[in-house]
Write a protein that binds this ligand. Structure first.
Ligand code: IPM
Ligand code: MG
Length: 362
């Protein structure tokens, strides 16, 4: 009997439905090779959920996610819902699902595909060998602290508790143990009280529980410099919610295109939420040209982290590599041809089809 996994799909807005559809087909093609079955159900989130139900995260969606083994999300948001005076916004759906499912650790790996090393604006010699993982705290900090909104005065509060810091740092430190054994903690401890708590907590926890991991503390402003000057020096980076939001966009540009980068959001159990780090890209939505690879690679993270199907995860990643090796590119990567290489530009569906063609059994 094949193992059955219950997967909730949240296509969302913009290019979300296109990239999620290709990923679903790819998982269906992968399943028989590894004796698995995926039981998919689709639910609403984001702008489309506002249009259809009035809420960016309907209760039925959250409930379905609670019953699932894992969740795969496309993207939320778009110009249709970006009026700053609107009372509900698509992004609230994303924040609410992270909080509602207790997904406090956001893993954003950045690996440079050698085939795409010319995609970045940075020099190839700076990018050679870059392979880092940012672990961003996702359910605390200034995103969720007390706030007040007004036309004369407004504030947000960056609040962290010791247990909140400890649990995300443990996730990052365990990842470092499995990788190159180095952890960089990012904060603003020279100014912020919450960062001083963060730093003290990290120092103590690492000494007590992870003496084998090399720890360094870096201030967030300096980190933005180091990330583009010497990105190859970093292994695992851990930071609070807002600093992590900012440095992961910067780190994504090391890889040149947002179209290649997956992410995982995890809590205490095995259930996780997986999504490409790119947004809904309304400018190209519906044209069939979006890059599905970040979502397909997010599905590989799902196989690895939530389902424990490491071999299937690797098969998916290997198929993506082979598609790139063979020169296939979606338009976002059209400029990445290297002098000795010819590339063929393909759309979303064709790219999915090509990746499926490269899937091989264990
Ligand atoms: C991200 C996004 C979200 C965030 C937005 C869309 C709410 O920028 O996932 O990085 O700020 O967390
Ligand atoms: Mg962001």
């Amino acid at each position: 009997m094949p193992k059955t996994y219950h997967i909730v799909l949240l296509p969302g807005d913009g290019i979300g439905p296109e990239v999620v559809a290709e990923t679903r087909k790819t998982l269906d093609a992968l399943a028989p090779l590894f004796d698995l079955t995926f039981d998919f159900s689709e639910h609403l989130i984001g702008g489309i959920a506002i249009d259809e139900t009035g809420s960016p995260l309907p209760d039925t969606t959250l409930e379905a996610c609670r019953q699932a083994d894992a969740i795969l999300l496309g993207a939320v948001g778009g110009p249709k819902w970006s009026d700053p005076t609107a009372s509900v916004r698509p992004e609230q759906g994303l924040l609410a699902i992270r909080k509602g499912l207790g997904l406090y650790a956001n893993l954003r790996p950045v690996k440079i595909f050698p085939q795409l090393i010319t995609a970045s604006t940075l020099r190839p010699d700076v990018l050679q060998g870059v392979d880092l993982l940012v672990v961003r705290e996702l359910t605390g900090g200034i995103y969720f602290g007390p706030r007040q909104e007004g036309s004369e005065e407004a504030y947000d509060t960056m609040l962290y508790t010791r247990p909140e810091v400890e649990r995300v740092v443990r996730v990052a430190a365990r990842a470092a143990q499995k990788r190159r054994g180095k952890l960089t903690s990012v904060d603003k401890a020279n100014v912020l009280a919450s960062s001083r708590l963060w730093r003290q907590t990290v120092t103590r926890l690492m000494a007590e529980e992870f003496p084998d991991v090399v720890l360094e503390h870096v201030l967030v402003d300096a980190m933005t410099m180091h990330l583009i000057r010497r990105p190859g020096d970093f292994d695992v980076i851990v930071s609070g919610n807002m600093f992590g939001d900012i440095i992961t966009d910067e780190a994504a540009m090391l890889a040149g295109s947002m179209g290649m980068l997956p992410s995982a959001s995890l809590g205490d159990g095995s259930r996780g939420l997986y999504e490409p780090i790119h947004g809904s890209a309304p400018d190209i939505a519906g044209q069939g040209i979006a890059n599905p690879l970040a979502t397909i690679l997010s599905a590989a993270m799902m196989l690895r982290h939530s389902l424990g199907e490491e071999a299937a995860a690797r098969a998916l990643e290997a198929a993506v590599e082979r598609a790139l090796d063979a020169g296939y590119r979606t338009p976002d990567l059209a400029h990445t041809a290297q002098p000795d290489q010819s590339v063929e530009i393909v759309g979303t569906k064709a790219m999915g089809e090509i990746v499926r063609g490269y899937l091989t059994p264990p």
